[in-house]
Design a protein around this ligand. Structure first.
Ligand code: AKB
Length: 314
C-alpha cells in the first residue's frame, strides 16, 4: 500500500495536489507537511509541521507513518530567491539532498521533485526550447533547480532511487496564491480583475512565458508518478508544456468576460528574470514517452478561473 508524504503541502501546488492524492489513495494514506499550519480542507487529514532542512525530523515522520513515496515541493521561487540567494540555495539544495539520502537509506519506492523552466537561461533557444539544450540559469532558484536535476539523475544512476521530475512552467490556479515567483502575475491578474477591475503588471506587455493551468499540472504530476518505470527515460527532469502567452494576451482574454477590465505595465526586477526564460517549450519527449497531454488552453483556463474565483470571493 502506498503511504505518501507531501512536503510543502500548504503551498500553491501542494494544497491542491495533496487533496488530489487523498482522493486517489484515501485520506489517511497521504500525510501533508509544511512549516506552517494547514487551512481549509488540508486540515482534514494527517498533517505534520516539518522544516525539511531538519533531516532527523523528516526521518521521524517517514518512520512514524511508514512512508513509501515523497512529493517534495518545498522551495524558494525565482523572485524571492534573489532577495536572499544564500538562503534560497541552502533551502532548495539541502532539502532535496535530505530527501534523496533518506530515500536511498530507507529504500523508498518513489520520489517526486519539481524542477522548473528556470533551469534555462539567456543563451538557451527561447522558442520551442528543446529538452536537451544550453542551460545557463542566472537566478539562484534556476541554479538550484539545475543542480537538483543533476542530483536526481545521480541518485537514480548510482543508487537506484526512483526519482521523477517535471520542469514546470508558471502554474496558474485560483484556489491558493503562489509566493515569490516571476510568473505570479498571471495569478494576481485574476484576483485584481475581479476585485479592482484593473491590474498593474510587473512584466511588459509582450513578455511571453510558458504557463499551465493547475489541473493540468496536477494531472501531469500524477501521470508521471503512475507511469511504468521503464517509460521514464529522463531522470533529470522532463520538459512539460501547455500554453504560452503574454500579459497583453491574458488581459485580452479576461476582457472578453469583463469588458471594463484595464491593465497597465510597470516592469520591475522580475522583467530580467522573465527575459532569460523561454517563450515556449518543446515537451515532445513527455508526450511520446509517457503520454502527456494538456487539456486547458488560454480561453478554457480563463473562463474556468473567473467562474471559480467569483464563487470563492462571494
Ligand atoms: C517562478 O516564477 O519562479 C516559478 C517557476 C516558473 O518555477 N513559477
Amino acid at each position: 500500500m502506498n503511504k505518501i508524504l507531501v512536503i510543502g503541502a500548504c503551498g500553491q501546488l501542494g494544497s491542491e495536489l495533496t487533496l488530489a492524492l487523498r482522493d486517489i489513495h484515501s485520506k489517511n494514506n497521504v500525510v501533508a507537511s509544511d512549516v506552517r499550519e494547514p487551512e481549509g480542507d488540508l486540515a482534514d487529514g494527517p498533517f505534520e509541521i516539518l522544516n525539511v532542512m531538519n533531516k532527523s525530523d523528516l526521518e521521524n515522520i517517514i518512520d512514524k507513518y511508514s512512508i513509501t513515496q515523497i512529493y517534495h515541493l518545498a522551495a524558494i521561487l525565482s523572485a524571492k530567491g534573489e532577495k536572499d540567494p544564500k538562503f534560497a540555495w541552502d533551502l532548495n539544495m539541502n532539502s532535496l539532498l535530505n530527501v534523496l539520502e533518506l530515500a536511498r537509506d530507507k529504500k523508498l519506492e518513489k520520489i517526486y521533485w519539481p524542477s522548473s523552466i528556470a533551469v534555462f537561461g539567456p543563451n538557451t533557444p527561447s522558442k520551442n526550447t528543446p529538452q536537451h539544450t544550453v542551460m545557463d540559469p542566472n537566478t539562484v532558484y534556476g541554479i538550484s533547480k539545475l543542480a537538483g536535476e543533476r542530483w536526481c539523475e545521480y541518485y537514480f544512476e548510482k543508487y537506484g532511487v526512483d526519482v521523477r521530475s517535471l520542469r514546470y512552467p508558471g502554474l496558474i490556479g485560483y484556489k491558493a496564491k503562489p509566493g515569490g515567483g516571476t510568473t505570479d502575475y498571471a495569478v494576481d491578474i485574476f484576483h485584481k480583475a475581479l476585485e479592482d477591475g484593473t491590474y498593474e503588471s510587473f512584466l511588459s506587455e509582450d513578455t511571453y512565458l510558458p504557463m499551465m493551468y493547475m489541473d493540468d499540472a496536477i494531472k501531469a504530476t500524477i501521470n508521471i508518478m503512475e507511469a511504468d518505470k521503464e517509460k521514464i527515460k529522463i531522470r533529470s527532469s522532463y520538459n512539460i508544456a501547455a500554453i504560452s502567452f503574454s500579459p497583453k494576451e491574458i488581459a485580452g482574454e479576461i476582457m472578453k468576460h469583463l469588458p471594463n477590465f484595464s491593465i497597465t505595465y510597470n516592469p520591475d526586477f522580475r522583467q530580467s528574470i522573465a527575459n532569460s526564460w523561454p517563450d515556449s517549450i518543446d515537451d515532445s519527449e513527455a508526450r511520446s514517452q509517457w503520454g502527456w497531454q494538456h487539456q486547458f488552453d488560454l480561453s478554457k483556463m480563463t473562463s474556468t478561473i473567473l467562474t471559480g474565483l467569483k464563487e470563492l470571493l462571494n
